[in-house]
Design a protein. Structure first.
Length: 114
C-alpha cells in the first residue's frame, strides 16, 4: 500500500528556511508526478508545488513562487521541499502525495513565528 512519511518541519522565525523531506513507498515512484500540499488551520488543503516524474518540470503556487523549490531523488523514492524566506502565512501542516491521488501521510507541521 501507499506510504508517505513527511519530515523536516518545525518552528522557524520569519525569513528563515526549512527543508522538508518525504519518503514514499508502495508504488512506482519514478513514474508519477509528486506534489507538496499544505493545510492551514481552518482552511482547505492547497497545492503548493509539483514536480514531474524525472524532475525536469516543476510548478508552484503563486504564493510560494521564488521562495520554495521542489526536487526529487528517484533512486531514494524521495521528494523534497526547500522553503526559504518563510512567512507567517506559510504556517500549515505540509503533506506530500502523488498528484491527484489524495493519499496522505501524517504530514509535518511548519510554524513560522517570531
Amino acid at each position: 500500500q501507499v506510504q508517505l512519511v513527511e519530515s523536516g518541519g518545525g518552528l522557524v522565525q520569519p525569513g528563515g528556511s526549512l527543508r522538508l523531506s518525504c519518503a514514499a513507498s508502495g508504488f512506482t515512484f519514478s513514474t508519477v508526478v509528486m506534489s507538496w500540499y499544505r493545510q492551514a488551520p481552518g482552511k482547505e488543503r492547497e497545492l503548493v508545488a509539483s514536480i514531474g516524474s524525472i524532475g525536469s518540470i516543476t510548478n508552484y503556487a503563486d504564493s510560494v513562487k521564488g521562495r520554495f523549490t521542489i526536487s526529487r531523488e528517484n533512486a531514494k523514492n524521495a521528494v523534497f521541499l526547500q522553503m526559504n524566506s518563510l512567512k507567517p502565512e506559510d504556517t500549515a501542516v505540509y503533506y506530500c502525495s502523488p498528484r491527484g491521488w489524495a493519499k496522505w501521510g501524517q504530514g509535518t507541521q511548519v510554524t513560522v513565528s517570531s
